[in-house]
Write a protein that binds this ligand. Structure first.
Ligand SMILES: *Cc1c(COP(=O)(O)O)cnc(C)c1O
Length: 422
């Protein structure tokens, strides 16, 4: 365990909460596909005095003095981001994924303009225009869907038809609950036909793209990428906006982030982003990225053998969306709860055109980025999937659950969270 000696001395209550969370992370198995464990180097950067500095503006163009080291660290973060994603512009200041998307809408759109994005029940994200979000008061969001939930194929014909009718300014690719690769070239072709800008929100898969396990949308002609830095990319919580060969979009993005929407950048987080990007540039990050996919395939295999329906028919990335209500008669909320009891953390999730309510949907979503960071291979991933199914099929059997809980704890203890990846 890490030492929190200063917090412990002055604030026992907060110290207890932090230690409790650290212990929870060490003992349980994290299958939430958007979560991961950062290195001690990233944690040190987050806890550094960089947090004390006001740095409104960008390197070389700040509103306050004393920017020697903040300029240095932000420039390092930018240049590593550009190298990782093979592009020529990076704004590393967005505070998280959602603010990055909001900023991008304001950078590229006028009020009333239209965005064509993936239907939320088919895998899209809240920030792609869910009615509860603030951006829907300003912009108009229209949808495309999967053609077939059993294969996961996007309905590109329908996308073209909607695009021709609605004339979107942005066509958005990206998801948080979709398990297949997208055909980015088709997006680009459709966008060209209607004069739209292509934006990939790769929040979930940034690490898989950086590690070259999945395609880079820029290589297929996408204009903009938005992302988080804390999911598969394994950095601090934060966001980022990237473009390639488009000076006009780059300038608009910079202006919209600051002064348009944010104040002082969080320089401790930017330092931590720089450290994490350095880790992602290390050759062993590509090994990590490809192991994430192998581990997800191993889990898919177990679910298939047990005849559990998976949306998209399986996975080509780091996550699986399983219809546990349809296949086992266990609702998503019940599955989440009973798996929590044995030390496996994941989340309930709506499936395509779910007939059940959002707070208790038909599916669960789980993925392999965090367990792969712990060093799990196909062998351990297979065991975890088998234990999940055993738990779900014995959800009211206390003795089975007690045994599985011990087995999960043993497995987790054999794979401590690493301190360093390079
Ligand atoms: C996670 C996610 C976001 C939001 O990121 P936050 O850091 O939680 O604000 C945006 N888009 C997609 C596709 C995501 O998966």
């Amino acid at each position: 365990m890490k030492s929190y000696s200063f917090i412990q001395k002055q604030d026992q209550d907060v110290a207890n909460a932090i230690s409790g969370e650290e212990k929870r992370q060490a003992e349980g198995l994290e299958l939430i596909p958007s979560e991961n464990y950062v290195s001690q180097a990233v944690l040190q950067a987050l806890g550094s005095p960089m947090t004390n500095k006001y740095s409104e503006g960008y390197p070389g163009k700040r509103y306050y003095g004393g920017q020697m080291y903040t300029d240095a660290v932000e420039t390092i973060a930018q240049s590593r981001a550009k190298e990782l994603f093979n592009c020529d512009f990076a704004n590393v200041q967005p505070l998280s994924g959602a603010p990055a998307n909001v900023a991008l809408y304001f950078a590229l759109l006028n009020p009333g303009d239209t965005v064509l994005g993936m239907d939320l029940s088919h895998g899209g994200h809240l920030t792609h225009g869910h009615p509860v979000t603030a951006v829907t008061k300003v912009f108009n969001f229209v949808r495309y869907k999967m053609k077939d939930a059993e294969t996961g194929e996007i309905d590109y014909d329908k996308m073209l038809a909607v695009a021709k009718q609605e004339k979107p300014k942005i066509i958005l690719a990206g998801f948080s609950a979709y398990s297949r690769e997208l055909d980015y070239k088709k997006f680009v072709d459709i966008a060209k036909e209607v004069g739209a800008i292509t934006v990939a929100d790769m929040a979930h898969i940034a690490g898989l793209i950086a590690g070259k396990a999945l395609r880079n949308p820029f290589d297929d002609g996408f204009d903009v990428i938005t992302t988080t830095t804390h999911k598969t990319l394994r950095g601090p919580r934060g966001g980022m906006i990237l473009t390639r060969e488009n000076e006009e979009i780059a300038q608009r993005v910079d202006k919209t982030i600051f002064p348009g929407m944010q104040g002082g950048p969080h320089m401790n987080v930017i330092a931590a982003k720089a450290v994490a990007f350095g880790e992602a540039l290390h050759p062993n990050f590509a090994v990590y990225a490809s192991q994430i996919l192998k581990n997800a395939k191993a889990m898919e295999e177990v679910f298939r053998k047990n005849n559990i329906r998976m949306l998209g028919g399986g996975t080509s990335n780091h996550l699986i969306l399983a219809d546990v209500f349809g296949s086992l008669g266990v609702s998503g909320a019940d599955a989440e709860k009973v798996l929590d009891e044995v030390g496996i953390t994941l989340n309930k999730n709506a499936i395509a055109d779910d007939v059940r309510k959002p707070m208790d949907p038909s599916g669960i979503r789980f993925g392999t980025p965090a367990i792969t960071t712990r060093g799990f291979t196909e062998k351990e991933s297979t065991i975890v999937a088998e234990k999940m199914i055993e738990t779900l099929t014995h959800k009211d059997d206390a003795s089975v659950k007690a045994r599985i809980k011990t087995e999960i704890e043993d497995l987790a203890s054999r794979f401590p969270i690493p301190e360093s990846f390079v």
